[in-house]
Structures are given as structure tokens and as C-alpha cells.
Design a protein around this ligand. Sequence first.
Ligand SMILES: NC(=O)c1ccc[n+]([C@@H]2O[C@H](COP(=O)([O-])OP(=O)(O)OC[C@H]3O[C@@H](n4cnc5c(N)ncnc54)[C@H](OP(=O)(O)O)[C@@H]3O)[C@@H](O)[C@H]2O)c1
Length: 246
Amino acid sequence: MTQTIGFIGSGMIGGSLARLAVAAGLNVVMSNSRGPETLADLVAELGDHARAATPEEAAKAGDVVVATVPLGVYDRIPANALAGKIVIDTMNYYPHRDGRIAELDSREITSSELLQRHLANSRVVKALHNMDWIRLYTRARPAGAPDRSALPIAGDDPAAKAEIIRLMDVLGYDAVDIGTLADSWRCEPRTPVYVQPYQGPSPAARMGEPEWQRWFQDAPGEPVSADQVKELVAQAVRGPVGGYFG
Ligand SMILES: NC(=O)c1ccc[n+]([C@@H]2O[C@H](COP(=O)([O-])OP(=O)(O)OC[C@H]3O[C@@H](n4cnc5c(N)ncnc54)[C@H](OP(=O)(O)O)[C@@H]3O)[C@@H](O)[C@H]2O)c1
């Protein structure tokens, strides 16, 4: 059972997941590109169960490691230090941020298969990637809560997926296994299960930036059940890949 989670990336998603993890009594080892000293405030906020480290140290320290950096730098994630580890992939392809990646654009592979190829000696599980970072934190609920949400997960190794399903349960989410990493296109950006259902009704189309920011900060979001996840994933159509920020 996971006791310590290593984080490669400690931004919005890394921070939200670390907050959920320490609230559940787990240890977290945070890392970023600029060095452990730049994570002092986050670690102080997270408390005694948290420390900062280099990416290599975080990779080695985690029973499970979360890879949560912009996809464009996926090849800087320390593969050797992650050998033998289960790696949660929260990353999504946003071409204007990450640069164009031909194999993704041509739909030859999914972004998680790209990461799995880089982390050839790790077991990659796509998970915790299809909610925005605010709702990911605020909509976590204990097991059995009537308004608990489910999230899709995908991976090639059944035992690794089982471990991540147990971890998601502790963090506040049910999981729906949607298949392999090759199947994970069904929950990538632009698919029906991606972000929007968890946010609830979209804001007015003509909302200005300040209003939109307020809405984004405060929207309570909505629960999405396992049955809804299955339906949304089944509706996915493989079209152009890559998300965009509106
Ligand atoms: N934001 C969301 O709502 C959301 C939702 C679902 C999925 N995602 C996906 O999750 C991933 C992370 O998103 P985010 O919003 O958390 O990004 P973010 O806030 O920009 O944080 C990125 C983190 O990655 C670190 N990083 C960058 N290059 C690195 C490297 N070479 N080695 C180690 N750490 C590195 C950054 O450290 P420095 O600051 O020191 O550079 C930062 O801590 C992305 O792929 C994104 O598409 C985001």
C-alpha cells in the first residue's frame, strides 16, 4: 500500500494532489525544475508529512510517483530513477504550450504511450488528469459519499492499475478502468469526459476574463458517477488531438 508519493512537478496539479495526500495521512516528496529551496512555502503549508527534493530523489523516494509537468518536457523526467516504479501520468497535450509532437498529432500513439516509451522500465498509469486543479481538490470525497466522483484510469499493467485505484480511493475518488494506454485517447483533451463534466454548467459565452477567473475559482463543480464516466468515455470519437486554453 502506498505510503509515500513522489512528485515530479509541484505546480497546480502536483499541489492539489499533495494536499489531498497529506490530508489522507500519506507522505509526499515534492520536486520541480528550479530546485528544492523554491518549494519551501508549499512544503511548509503541507506540513510534517512533506519534504522537497530533486526530481531524482522524489522519484526514488515514492512508493508511487506522480509525473505532472508540462508534456513538452516529458523526456526530462528521470527514467533511471523511476525504474521499477508505478508512475501516475496526469499530463495532457497542449500543443501551443508543449510544441507540436508529430506522433500525437497523427494519432499513432497517445500521450501516455509516449511517456511509457520514455519510462520503459516503469509502469505508467494514466489517472487524475481530467479534472481541473481546483475541482480536483475541492470535489474529493470520502468513500461512500453520495456526491463522490469517479475518474477514468488506463494502463497496461493490471497490478499497477489496482494499486492506483486503491490510492485514488484514499485520495477521494472512485476509478473506472477504461483499458490500456492505447485506449487512453478516450479521456484525453477534447473528449466528453475531459474536465467539463466535473465543472458543471459552463459560464456564459460572453463572460469577460475577470468574471471567468472568478467563476473558475469558485465554481462548486458537480459529481460525476462511475456510470456517467462509462457513458462519456463510450461517446468519445477520435478526432484532432491536443487541448487549447480558451
Ligand atoms: N492545471 C490543470 O488544471 C490541469 C488539469 C489536468 C491535467 N493537467 C496536466 O498536468 C500537468 C501539470 O499541470 P500543472 O497545471 O500542474 O502545471 P504547472 O502548474 O505549470 O506546474 C508544472 C510543474 O512542473 C515542474 N517542472 C517543469 N519542468 C520540469 C522538469 N524538467 N523537471 C521537474 N519538474 C519540472 C514545474 O517546476 P518549475 O515551476 O520549477 O519550473 C512545476 O512545478 C500538465 O501536463 C497539465 O496539462 C493540468
